[in-house]
Design a protein around this ligand. Structure first.
Ligand code: ADP
Ligand code: MG
Ligand code: MG
Length: 899
């Protein structure tokens, strides 16, 4: 049997590919990202110093076998070393012509926490002398040697940095040297002796003089670093599997510190902050390794290299161009020039800002380097999201941290940055914002539907309780208001009107800054930068391509014309949900609504509704105008009526107080109101009298709404607007509900069209949010012309969870313990809720092949859920206006991935 191959030489990439079956991702898995790319560069003729790679499989075997090298591995490493000696024409440990190497860790994904690179391995008392002779540079040789002892000591032997740094500082002071470079060759020789002493004192053994021992210990240290605390923490956080292991790269040293015709640097093939197509980077002459990044000396911009070392620079330009074309992505490279000779030491796909990601993707597609599909895949939904919300200036954030102005953190519920004065209730928030034109951050323990007016007026929202899909979070996302929820260190005192976290007190009216993208709260004002979609031409282009590729359309949930206009400018092709009840909450209308609810006769009720009709008509007309030519789905009233009434407890308190004080004026009215509210009490209102049930119980409200919709449609049509109203009946559970209500409403619609003498296309349909509706979709679709999945309720009812209760207590534990993989209110549960949806689409289309299907729950803006909607054949997803661009990208990505 042939021994397993644990070690691959620089020119053995073909073998590695053959071993894993040709797939590049698996080559990276075997050799690590760094090793795979070094081998690939070698293969395409880019100058890379000779090297070999010990595989991740060797690392895993080592760790599995109780920290023992697997059989044959070390022998293979020694053979590979010989090949590297031949290729570089030097010999490891030979004082007359010593080979030095670096030992570099490299996992499949570049990750912090792995072992730092050790340079200059192979130096000892003799080879250091040899290097000095060979280079005619004693200073260089002994500086390299003392660096090796220091790096080896701290990185491989695990000694604390101070063990070397403190004596070094002391030594420099003694010698009157300000920086390392002031030390002479003799100083450095002395330092080598000192450092070797330190190793002996700490470790009880000598710094290994035998280069082979150095190599063995360094290889082992890389393996061990895979299970270091920092590495494990990082993997947990980034969800990188523990069984990948790290590879070890042993690379022939090249020296950028051999004089002024040598140097080292790093560069990006494009600007990683704005994506501009020009080389971006720094270099240093007469320097080694990390000197550039360490910032000890001032670096020079890469373009200047052309003036000092024109030949090497020209070659560098050719190589970076070649690498970019080869990898078809922006590269981040490291290089070293030794006596004018250029060597490449690393290449990888460069990390970039969201802005640069979009520009690079679009530019590369325009350059013909990648396809439009690839460009669309290169940008993540998160990056798009980041580009559309106001952001804090990074420098301003750093400064605030330094000044101790960090206040608290919570769940980053709705991205974006907001600066404002804090107020602790919705009414004050609205008042300060509207009357005084103040920028307000609304701070509450949690929010409820009757807080919405404050939330709308606020620049940002902060709550101390609740999770990512709590009321505050959902509404904030809906309206694109930056929001942090569940900042649990914050104690809010509604009586003294202040909040406190870690002993810092903020009083009502004081300024804070809220970063909804990161969940951080700062004291005072941070600087803001505000992005704008129309100005981001590359993003517009990318999203246009996304629309060409996507099969799903993206619509928006919008209740007001201004939201609809924004949605449209963000590329929405319709309104998937207009919630009419929000219109009832407005200050001028709420009293009328309450009068309507409390009416004792049908006449009284109709009178109140007649007052509401013009308001609603105007609301709808505004939406139709904003969405000219596109469909607008209007949902008839949905919530239980008590939501429109004053708070029962508060009212009770008022009544009691009045009785105690013997106040009689107005008492009778209050008592009557209280009695009515109590009569409306339900023990489980979300499953009680609401949605279509309410419409059957009290049809006058929806009859008014349908009249308003059709009158507005007729008026708009007359004014030249193309209207496409779609009336949505919520919470249907049985087709009989539709049979009862829908014909009545259609009759009203037809009557209005007759009255006005105008025709326009319209639809009646229903929400699918009760499992029974999904299961009986064929029957439901015999009346409903469209389905819209209300996945918030559908998830609640399918799981049998009350969302608010679930998120407040057990859901987090469920996710932590793996009982649920994800919060189903954030990411659609494909197996359960999704199965019902799939069934509903298929069965519904049996009755009505052209049934229009969409989704209007929170999930409509979640990329994973959008992909599922694509798979089951939805026509569109509908989400908050601010999510529209994200959803357009996600819809396209879903189409590409599910071809
Ligand atoms: P990191 O992943 O932290 O960048 P690297 O292994 O790439 O670690 O190396 C750290 C530094 O040392 C880089 O600047 C790299 O270019 C340099 N370096 C690594 N190996 C060599 C070598 N054989 N010759 C010269 N410089 C090297
Ligand atoms: Mg590197
Ligand atoms: Mg619902």
């Amino acid at each position: 049997m042939v021994d397993k191959k644990w070690v691959y030489l620089f020119n053995e990439l073909d073998q590695a590919e053959a071993y894993v079956g040709g797939d590049w991702d698996r080559v990276r898995g075997l050799l690590g990202g760094k090793g795979a790319n070094l081998a690939e560069m070698t293969r395409i003729g880019v100058p890379v110093p000779p090297f070999f790679t010990v595989t991740t499989e060797a690392c895993n075997a080592y760790l599995a076998e109780g920290q023992k090298y697997p059989a044959g591995m070390w022998e293979q490493e020694l053979v590979a070393l010989e090949k590297v000696e031949q290729a570089s024409n030097k010999k490891f440990g030979d004082p007359s012509n010593p080979l030095l190497v670096s030992c570099r860790s490299g996992a499949k994904f570049s990750m912090p926490g792995m072992m730092d690179t050790v340079l200059n391995i192979g130096l000892n008392d003799e080879t250091a002398q040899g290097m000095a002779r060979l280079t005619d540079n004693e200073r260089f040789a002994f500086d390299s040697y003392r660096r090796l002892i220091q790096m080896f000591g701290s990185v491989v032997l695990g000694m604390p940095d101070e063990a070397f740094e403190d004596p070094l500082e002391e030594f420099k002071k003694e010698k009157g040297a300000k920086t390392d470079t002031d030390l002479t060759a003799d100083d450095l020789k002395e330092l080598v002796v000192m450092f070797k002493e330190i190793v002996r004192k700490y470790q009880g053994f000598d710094f290994p003089q035998n280069p082979i021992d150095q190599l063995r210990l360094a290889t082992e240290a890389v393996f061990k670093s895979w299970n270091g605390k920092r590495a494990i923490d990082y993997r947990r956080a980034e969800k990188i599997p523990d069984d990948l292991g790290t590879a070890v790269n042993i690379v022939t040293m090249v020296f950028g510190n051999m004089g002024w015709d040598s140097g080292t640097g790093v560069a990006f093939t494009r600007d990683p902050s704005n994506g501009e197509h020009k080389l971006y980077g720094d270099y240093l002459l007469n320097a080694q390794g990390e000197d550039v990044v360490a910032g000890i000396r001032n670096t020079e911009p890469i373009t200047k290299l052309g003036d000092v070392l024109p030949e090497a620079y020209k070659q560098f330009l050719e190589i970076t161009d070649k690498l970019e074309k080869h990898y078809r992505d922006m590269q981040d490279v490291e290089f070293t020039i030794e006596h004018k000779k250029l060597w490449m030491l690393q290449t990888r796909n460069g990390k970039r800002t969201a802005h640069a990601a979009v520009k690079v993707a679009v530019d590369m597609a325009n350059e013909g380097l990648i396809s439009k599909e690839e460009a669309v895949l290169r940008v993540t939904p998160k990056q798009i999201d980041a580009l559309l919300h106001p952001q804090f200036d990074e420098a301003s954030k750093k400064a605030a941290k330094k000044e101790g102005r960090f206040f608290a953190s919570g769940v980053n519920a709705s991205p974006g940055a907001a600066v404002g004065q804090i107020y602790f209730d919705a009414d004050t928030t609205e008042k300060m914002a509207k009357e005084n034109g103040q920028a307000v951050i609304m701070v509450r323990p949690f929010t409820k539907p009757d807080d919405v007016h404050g939330m709308l007026a606020a620049k940002g929202i902060l709550t101390s309780e609740g999770g990512a899909t709590s009321h505050a979070a959902v509404v904030a996302r809906q309206f694109g208001v930056p929001c942090i929820v569940g900042a649990s260190s914050v104690r809010i005192n509604l009586t003294t009107r202040e909040m406190k976290s870690n002993d810092i007190v903020v009083k009502e009216g004081e300024w804070i800054s809220v970063d909804g993208g990161t969940g951080e709260v700062y004291l005072g004002k941070l600087d803001l930068t505000v992005p704008n979609l129309e100005e981001q031409t590359e993003l517009m282009t990318l999203l246009t391509w996304a629309d060409e590729i996507a099969r799903l359309q993206v619509w928006a949930n919008a209740d007001y014309p201004k939201d609809a206009r924004r949605a449209r400018s963000y590329g929405a092709k319709g309104i998937g949900l207009c919630r009419t009840e929000h219109m009832f909450f407005e200050t001028a209308r709420l009293p009328i609504v309450q009068r309507m609810i409390l009416a004792e006769t049908s006449e009284e009720r109709t009178a109140a509704l007649d007052e509401l009709l013009p308001y609603q008509r105007a609301d709808f007309a505004g939406l139709f105008e904003a969405m000219d030519g596109y469909p607008v789905i209007i949902r008839l009233i949905d919530p239980p009526l008590h939501e429109f009434m004053p708070d029962e407890e508060k009212l009770f308190e008022e009544v009691i107080t009045m009785r105690c004080k013997g106040e009689t004026k107005g008492l009778a009215e209050k008592e009557k109101l209280l009695a009515s509210i109590r009569a409306m009490h339900e023990s489980n209102p979300m499953m009680g009298l609401r949605g279509v049930r309410l419409s059957i119980y009290m049809p006058e409200i929806v009859e008014m709404q349908v009249r308003a919709i059709f009158e507005a449609s007729a008026d708009c049509t007359k004014a030249g607007v193309k209207v496409r109203p779609e009336i949505m009946i919520p919470l249907t559970g049985t087709v009989n509900e539709l049979k009862w209500i829908q014909p009545r409403l259609e009759k009203i619609g037809k009557k209005v069209m007759e009255e006005k003498g105008i025709n326009f296309p319209y639809k009646f349909g229903t929400m699918i949010e009760i499992p029974r509706a999904a299961v009986t979709a064929t029957e439901i679709a015999s009346l409903a012309e469209f389905f819209s999945f209300g996945t918030n309720d559908l998830t609640q009812m399918t799981f049998g969870y009350s969302r608010d209760d679930a998120e407040r207590n057990f859901l987090i534990k469920y996710v932590e313990e793996g009982v649920l993989a994800k919060n189903p209110f954030q990411t659609l549960d494909r197996e359960g809720v999704g199965r019902l949806m799939r069934m509903a689409v298929e069965d519904g289309r049996k009755a009505r092949p052209d049934l229009e299907v969409g989704i209007c729950g929170e999930h409509g803006g979640d990329p994973d859920s959008i992909e599922f909607c694509h798979i089951i054949g939805n026509n569109y997803v509908s989400c908050s206006p601010f999510r529209v661009p994200v959803a357009r990208l996600a819809a396209a990505q879903a189409a590409i991935k599910n071809k």
